[in-house]
Design a protein around this ligand. Structure first.
Ligand code: DGT
Ligand code: CA
Ligand code: CA
Ligand code: ZN
Length: 577
């Protein structure tokens, strides 16, 4: 069954409303769906579970017809009414729904007045004259649409690490379990934990390449076989992701693993280093005059070149080879070293699980503490808490803590950074909390100077423990807002403000390329899942991978501190941290 979340319910109802509107249905009907979407979005409780159990009676604004549809969707993962409705429109119309900044009203105007029903048609319309004749489509709007289309093209054929990882591991396990496979791996950008990937590079050691490529091309997820040979196959999956398989002998496996892990830039450096030692390195072997090193494992290739083994995450030719030669590679942080996390949501704002459920899940994860940082009042779209509700939540947390043994909830807030850099709560309110995450959730389009000043002002507040999702980027969807990163990092170092490493696969923000610099200036990080549901605590694994990619060590990550030390650290004034 498809994974139904609150978002699924909300976006399905909203889409139904829009499709009914496009059909010219009675406005009362469309309004009922739109209102329903809003109620589901803001419902205080596990609306998905209640819908699945057909327990929606008495929720104001959700009538019988909507109840029945929400139940069907939540319990089966499908909604026949919605599927039939969609089938009445050209499938390309739904591309428009994915475009950043194109709301229902505009889609309706484009569809009704200009008969635009695909991104290609929209682009054409933007480049012509007709668009400017439409009300609400001034030059600014048209430019925005063109940017969104350009982004869509730029991001085509790429996938977010977290979106493909579960499937990648499933496919790998299938290869690993094949009786004729002795070793297997996913190399390429996946092994290097890049935040987005073009394709997956599977590798197997086997005596029967042809059998393995045949096996691979008959996986049920295959949409299209691109090539299939004796040692190599490429497939495209139903979700559009390309997967390559290379079958090699057990003796060649370490070389192939090294080569196909990349990066290309890292490999170029490595090969030139090998040449200086009279060795030629390729994807199969070392070749050269005289005695050749005997290689069974990938790490022995590095050792043969006088290097320490380099974690795949670091293989980007950003100083790792030199560090490996000098024995100066950092001991990188590991997932298992995380003792707690700070940025998590509950049903009090836009999360899907209650405080108790989140606490239980964190304990099951083996965490000693879980920080609750629900949204603040200005994030009304996320049902942000006002001072009164925040105060009640803090009281509830303190009470719950009395019932726990060996586990603690921390009371925080993800407080909005307002346009001028002031915060959504007064200091008197913030000082009641254990910590505070400060984030930008609106007015993303400030010029660089103003946006930088806005964040600096927030960091200068004594109560701001850390900045949340620093640049606001949504991978493959929305670019970061304009920031002077050097200044931000300097200010974080001076004010002792932590910069979060947000592990949501859509964010992975701050970008890994900046961490080395931040770390060298003494900036600390907190690896935070920004969990809006219990299962999203799993995002910590992506955070750990990206932290490695940023050269971070255990000491750079505050949530590696055990609870008691963490509390001592939080009790210090910022300047002493
Ligand atoms: P992407 O774009 O996310 O798939 O990134 P990669 O790094 O996985 O790139 P991919 O799949 O084209 O190739 C996998 C690895 O194979 C790459 O990281 C390094 C190696 N490789 C591929 N082509 C070349 C090449 O022309 N020269 C060198 N030195 N290495 C290559
Ligand atoms: Ca690749
Ligand atoms: Ca590839
Ligand atoms: Zn946020």
């Amino acid at each position: 069954m498809a994974d139904v979340t609150r978002d699924t319910l909300v976006s399905t109802l909203e889409e139904i409303a829009l499709l009914l509107e496009l059909k010219g249905e009675n406005p009362f009907k469309t309004r009922a769906y739109r209102k329903g979407a809003e109620i589901v979005q803001n419902f205080d409780g596990d609306i998905v579970a209640r819908a699945a159990e057909d327990d929606l009676k008495g929720i104001k604004g959700i009538g019988d017809a909507l109840q029945q549809k929400l139940h069907e969707l939540a319990s089966s993962g499908r909604l026949e009414y919605y599927e039939n409705l969609r089938a009445e429109f050209p499938p390309t119309l739904f591309e428009l729904f994915e475009l950043q900044g194109l709301g229902p009203k505009k889609i309706k105007a484009l569809y009704d007045k200009l008969e635009v029903s695909s991104v290609a048609e929209l682009k054409e319309a933007c480049q012509g004259e007709e668009m400017t004749k439409l009300a609400g489509f001034g030059k600014k709007t048209v430019d925005k649409i063109l940017t969104a289309i350009a982004n869509r093209e730029k991001f085509a054929d790429r996938f977010r690490l977290g979106d493909v990882a579960p499937l990648a591991e499933t496919l790998l396990a299938r290869l690993r379990d094949h009786p004729k496979v002795s070793r297997s791996a996913i190399a390429g950008s996946y092994r290097r934990s890049k935040e987005t990937l073009h394709d997956l590079d599977f590798l197997v050691a086997t005596t029967d390449g042809a059998e393995l490529t045949a096996f691979f091309t008959t996986f049920p997820e295959v949409h299209e076989v691109i090539v299939q040979g004796e040692t190599k196959a490429s497939i495209r999956l139903e979700n559009g992701l390309q997967c390559d398989l290379r079958a090699v002998s057990n003796a060649h496996f370490p070389f192939a693993l090294q080569y196909f892990t990349g990066s290309k830039e890292h490999n170029v450096e490595l090969r030139s280093l090998a040449l200086k030692k009279g060795l030629s390195l390729n994807e199969y072997d070392f070749t050269g005059e005289g005695d050749l090193p005997e290689i069974h494992e990938e790490e022995e290739i590095y050792h043969a070149l006088g290097l320490d083994w380099i974690t795949p995450e670091l293989r980007e030719n950003r100083g790792e080879i030199e560090a490996a030669r000098e024995g100066k590679l950092p001991k990188l942080v590991e997932l298992a070293q995380l003792k707690g996390t700070f940025h998590n949501h509950t049903t009090a704002s836009d999360g899907q699980n209650t405080l108790e459920e989140m606490a239980e899940a964190a304990r099951e994860h083996g965490l000693q503490y879980l920080g609750i940082a629900d949204h603040s009042k200005s994030s009304f779209q996320a049902n942000g808490l006002d001072e009164k509700r925040l105060h009640e939540q803090v009281e509830t947390i303190r009470k719950l803590n009395e019932s726990f043994d060996g586990f603690t909830l921390l009371a925080g807030s993800e407080v909005d950074i307002l346009k001028d850099g002031s915060l959504d709560f007064e200091n008197a309110v913030l000082s009641q909390l254990d910590y505070c995450v400060a984030s930008v959730h609106n007015v993303f389009n400030l010029p660089e100077k103003e946006m930088t000043a806005r964040l600096i002002r927030a960091m200068e507040n004594e109560h701001v423990t850390m900045l949340g999702h620093l640049t606001g980027r949504l991978l493959l969807r929305r670019d970061p807002y304009a920031l002077n990163m050097e200044k931000i990092i300097d200010c974080a170092a001076e004010t002792r403000t932590v910069i979060e490493l947000n592990c949501n696969p859509w964010r992975l923000d701050m970008d890994w390329r900046w961490w080395q610099r931040a770390r060298d200036k003494g900036v600390l990080t907190s690896i935070n899942p920004d969990a809006h549901a219990t299962e999203q605590l799993q995002f910590l694994a992506y955070g750990a991978r990206l932290a490695k990619k940023g050269w971070l060590r255990q000491a750079d990550v505050i949530n590696c501190l055990p609870l008691a030390e963490m509390q001592k650290w939080l009790a210090l004034p910022k300047a002493k941290r």
